[in-house]
Design a protein. Structure first.
Ligand SMILES: Cc1ncc(COP(=O)(O)O)c(C=O)c1O
Length: 390
């Protein structure tokens, strides 16, 4: 039996969600068709929207279904940027951070290259925490130039959680919209959209036991954005394309379970994480717990191995039947050190030695025991290979 410890890349779909997904796929009809077959599918879609809105503590009209986190991030960042520039051409500053997911970094860099955006990055400390006093000072002095702020709710590599309410309190004093990528956070921390003060929030189903290929952008009723996909005018004209009702239903179901069981699951995963962190300390002094002092998600454990290669560790553990990762799966196959660790002040060599273990609804103490049994040998081999290549 393989041990799967890469749930931040994607989680196994929950069995009851899979069953509901397959059943709903059998329905025939386009939700925009006026005949009863179409309207039956429309009802499935709208019930999913209603249910997701409840899980997110937002209004149903604020839920826009998309294909996932990347599309939601692109729609929020480009859509709000263009809207704000349309209203005032002087607003071209986008504030973000070097620790963001590429779903956020790349559209912002695209706006910088093609749409005269000026990018300002909030400084990040050694534990991955944002310097919000810098943000307060920057906004005080430059608020009239700022188009939007995009800062993630929780980091998908280190698990570091941002105080989003503190960010929106600073920004909203100047009427600046804040977008957050909550793909890693949703289902693992309380994420009330209503209380957050956010303009927009990205989420994705396959990170919490739902299917791949469906996500949502939650857009507050006060927020306007320019559409980036044009066509049939679905999703209030903001995201054209036939809506995926079966996936939306499965997403809403997975989200409902994740939110309903959040407190007990947080406590359960925190217990497993604690066992791993404590036992890992006794394995090898070169293995350090990254972001040790920060507030982190209970399902993400990130280590840095001084003098070792995360890629080798991943390969050796894989041979023992254990799936882990070195960072974001979206960069898989690209042999570059993690930009997140670089932004946190690590050198390229230090950033190459990272190991990310991420837990999910199927993870158990015995998965961690299997990892702890394989880890010492894998670390020794990795460090020896590192020494011999010097
Ligand atoms: C924080 C974060 N944002 C965005 C994404 C992209 O989401 P999706 O795979 O649904 O496009 C991911 C996926 O790894 C993520 O972890």
């Amino acid at each position: 039996m393989r041990v799967y410890l890469d749930n931040a890349a994607t989680t196994p779909i929950r069995p009851e969600v899979l069953e509901c997904y397959i059943d709903t796929l059998k329905l025939i009809g386009n939700p925009s068709s006026v005949h009863s077959s179409g309207q039956q599918v429309r009802q499935v879609l709208e019930e999913a929207r209603e249910s997701l809105a409840k899980s997110l503590d937002c209004d149903r009209s604020e839920v826009l279904f998309t294909s996932g986190g990347t599309e939601s991030d692109n729609l929020a960042i480009k859509g709000i940027y263009w809207q704000r520039r349309d209203e005032d051409a002087n607003r071209n500053v986008v504030i973000s951070a070097g620790t963001e997911h590429h779903g956020v970094i790349d559209p912002i860099e695209w706006l910088e290259a093609h749409e005269v955006a000026e990018v300002q990055l909030v400084p990040v400390n050694f534990d991955g925490e944002l310097d919000l006093s810098w943000l307060a000072k920057y906004l005080e002095e430059n608020h009239s130039k700022v188009a939007l702020i995009s800062l993630m709710w929780a980091n998908n590599e280190t698990g570091v959680v941002t105080d989003i309410k503190a960010v929106t309190t600073l920004a909203n004093a100047f009427g600046i919209p804040v977008h957050t990528d909550a793909v890693a956070a949703f289902g693992h921390v309380q994420t009330s959209f209503k209380e957050s003060g956010l303009a927009a929030m990205s989420i994705s189903a396959h990170k919490l036991g739902g299917p791949v290929g469906i996500g949502a952008l939650i857009v507050s009723r006060a927020t306007k954005l320019v559409s980036i996909i044009h066509g049939g005018g679905q999703e209030r004209g903001m995201r054209s394309g036939t809506m995926n009702a079966p996936a939306a239903k499965a997403f809403a179901m997975a989200a409902e379970i994740a939110v309903r069981t959040l407190d007990e699951e947080r406590a359960r995963l925190a217990g497993i994480k604690n066992t791993l962190v404590e036992k890992a300390k006794t394995i090898n002094s070169s293995l350090g717990h990254t972001a040790e002092k920060a507030d982190t998600l209970p399902n993400i454990v990130h280590f840095t191995l001084a003098g070792g290669s995360g890629d080798s560790l991943l390969f050796l553990l894989d041979q023992d039947g254990i799936s882990v990762s070195t960072g974001s799966a979206c960069q898989a196959g690209v042999n570059r050190p993690s930009h997140v660790l670089i932004a946190m002040g690590r050198t390229e060599d230090e950033a190459k030695g990272c190991l990310r273990i991420t837990l999910g609804h199927e993870s158990t103490e015995s998965d961690i025991e299997a990892l702890l049994a394989s880890l010492p040998k894998a670390i020794d081999a990795t460090l020896k290979a590192g020494l011999s290549s010097q």
